[in-house]
Design a protein around this ligand. Sequence first.
Ligand code: FA5
Length: 347
Amino acid sequence: MLESVEKLKAAFEEALAKVSDSEELEKLRIAYLGKKGAVADFMKELKNMDNESKKEFGKEVNILKDAIDASIRSFGEKLDQARLDAQIRNAKKFDFTIPSDQPEGSLHPITIVQRRIEDIFKSMGFIIEDGLEIQTEYNNFEAVNIPKNHPARDMQDTYYLSNGQLLKTHTSAAQNYIMRKYGAPKKGEPPLKVLFPGRCFRNENIDACHENTFWQMEGMMIGEDISISNLIYFMKVLLSEVFERDIKVRLRPGFFPFVEPGFELDINCLICGGEGCPTCKNSGWLELLPCGMIHPNVLRMGGIDPDKYTGFAFGLGLTRLAMMKFGITDIRVLNSGNLKALKQFVD
Ligand code: FA5
């Protein structure tokens, strides 16, 4: 009997070697392991045997059955893999040069204006830097001359985190880091000129021109003999290049503890032409570009000698500039994620 088990095993192996696809493999499985298959026939023999032979023969048939089952499974996996490989080999290659039929995305209005300003300032020798959104209290306030308990902190209603850090309320929070990173220009070197855009957060009452999350673009120039004339020159270039036409501006004194003297540069509201509307809170003017000469304390805290160097800084309201550039009457559209509304504003 054991001899016939060996013979069956050999016959199976010979048949398996001739299988070329999964259909043939299934037929072979039924022929050997099916209810009426060769292994089942062997099992039927058991009932005619004495106990001793039944035990020995039954064990051998079970081993054969497991071996045939394992061989069929492993052969099936090989066939599947071969089929997959062939599919990959014959698949149509992806052609990156064929135009996509997916609708194209568009740049956010703030990104368009941000890139425009970065290009203008890069062409004038400015470096572009990035500031962190989560900041220490020191960088956001102390390092720009706003000590603890200073009333100027109340002007920027701040989101504090449980670890004592905060969401930056203005891009000026990066001034100290940038001064320390680059230092004052060495003898014969051009002034340090840096532009650093960023998202700012304040716990504001939201209306047509105030958001709790908005963009600013800060600029700084530090060197020997930098004066208010330099500041006014760069502000003029910025506005004329962005708006590509003459716009009315007004410069008035403004208080910021980190500049001395400080100014507010407002632009005539381009939504109502200065007549008054909800966007400009009926004043006809929009606060856009506060600026001034960097306070000596701020330079000193940044490791720069205020007796030798001077500098200017400005903190442009980038979100508001995008509103004026594209005639967006309500600031809330910009953070809305409303693609229909946002897609209208392409340069
Ligand atoms: C500042 O944040 C100063 N750090 C700017 C500065 C930098 C002054 C360097 C001098 C030198 P202010 O809080 O005014 O200043 O904000 C600057 C601009 O950000 C505003 O003119 C306005 O255009 C914009 N802004 C302020 N708050 C909001 C808000 N809630 N929503 C939208 N824009 C805002």
